[in-house]
Design a protein around this ligand. Sequence first.
Ligand SMILES: [Zn+2]
Length: 155
Amino acid sequence: MQVSASVQPYERVYELVLPESVLGEILRHIKEEYPVEACGIMVGVVEGGRGLVKRVRRMRNALASPHAFWFDVREWMQGILDAQREGLSYIGLYHSHAREQPLPSLSDQHRMLECPGEVWLIVASRPSCEPRLAAYRVDDFGSAVARVRVSVVPQ
Ligand SMILES: [Zn+2]
């Protein structure tokens, strides 16, 4: 998949800021889909290296798999266009792992290389375990996966 320049974040994100309400929405989505990986897009405001997520939008995991996810690119594009109409920027994707660690899988890493600049939030979540969050970014084609700090803030 090619990502056109118009949907890439304008600024590099070093810190992903998640209001508790937004995180709650992501966790509800993950619980509903478990053990299938849940996925969606994050949109908001990028400023000073911080990506503040204002809203998330669920997408259907077209693979319906507990080990992988992907989605209909038209659904993804529609979410980005709707956000842009509201003056919000595309920050990146979230998805869940029905296992202990929020580490990018090999296919996640391959996909991330196709989407430079996007922040990928991975939430490792299983019933009766505290969810673990981690976010990643690839800056350029061919560069390594970098960690992005995740901060959860009240509202
Ligand atoms: Zn993954």
